[in-house]
Write a protein of this length. Sequence first.
Length: 368
Amino acid sequence: VSTQSTGGVDIGVVGIPKTIDNDIAFNERTFGFDTAVGEAVKALQAAYCEAKSHMYGIGLVRLMGRHSGFITAQATVAAGHCVHICLIPEHEITLETVFELIERRFERSKYCVIAVAEGFGQAMLQQSAVRDASGNALLGDIGTFLRDKISKWLKDNVNRYGTNSTLKYIDPSYIIRSCPATSNDAAFCTQLANHAVHEGFFGTTGVIIGYWASSFVCVPVSLATSQRKQVDLQGNLWRAVREITVSARRNILGAPDDSSEETRGLESHNADATIELLSTRVHELEHLVQAMRMRESEKDRHITALRNTTSALEEQARFPAVHSGRNGVMSYSTSPKNATDDEELRMLRSLESKYAQQKANFDRAMAF
């Protein structure tokens, strides 16, 4: 950061990632995100209760997320069984596909909950040249658009879903960010602030304090603003979403036809890559199991040693102590055992029990 950009004052500039959207590049997490997801889950749970109380009821919840659908995706996973369709800007689908997904859900159950990020489906809406106070283009209201279109679709299919089918629309809007921070977010923010102060005193400038690979790091502002972080459709988060929500039929998302040579070649390549990956994982697991067996063998030796020591102490506790008397004549002590011996015996018995339990758990895991 140049002195010109700081008004001619030679000062350090250290930032922290404040956005509930969690869309800052080279940062795993931003503060406010955890709180927003928690509040979004409450809205989804409310929609679930509304939808489930009607025959072919639909709950539609619009959540924040202009260009990145992290809040919607994470809330979908966190809400578990409450959400059946998740719509985010990174994964655009047509309105017809949305209807198809609802049909698939109604084949399994009599209600459906849809979570949609505000930036989804903007191509379906009329574009506006108006910008807000922050300079961002005003987005069309995808929530009310889907509400009206799905309501009309239900009426058009009254013969299939009956006259009692209905849609309940919930838009928490700023409620998910206008609330006290969760303890997790509050602690995270404090850590970010602490690191920012330390870096400032050290003379660092032009960076933000990021969180990457479970560590706090300095990320240059130019790097953090070089691109927008979005949901990786091949990543763990979206995979978790796909596993708990309704899946579309083959080719409905624009996939190539099964009969094409391109598809067969792609599937063959993917199969080879999958086999190679699985072989590597199996090899790694074999090494892990071998290391675990060696560790358990070491534990067996510890157990044996502990048992021998325990037995010796028990034997000593069972009989009076023998010591040399006057003129070498052996005599027996009638004094009680030392309290230290009892404590040591209890400790050894506890360790023996702990190792034995770990060994039993390992044996069951290996048998499974």
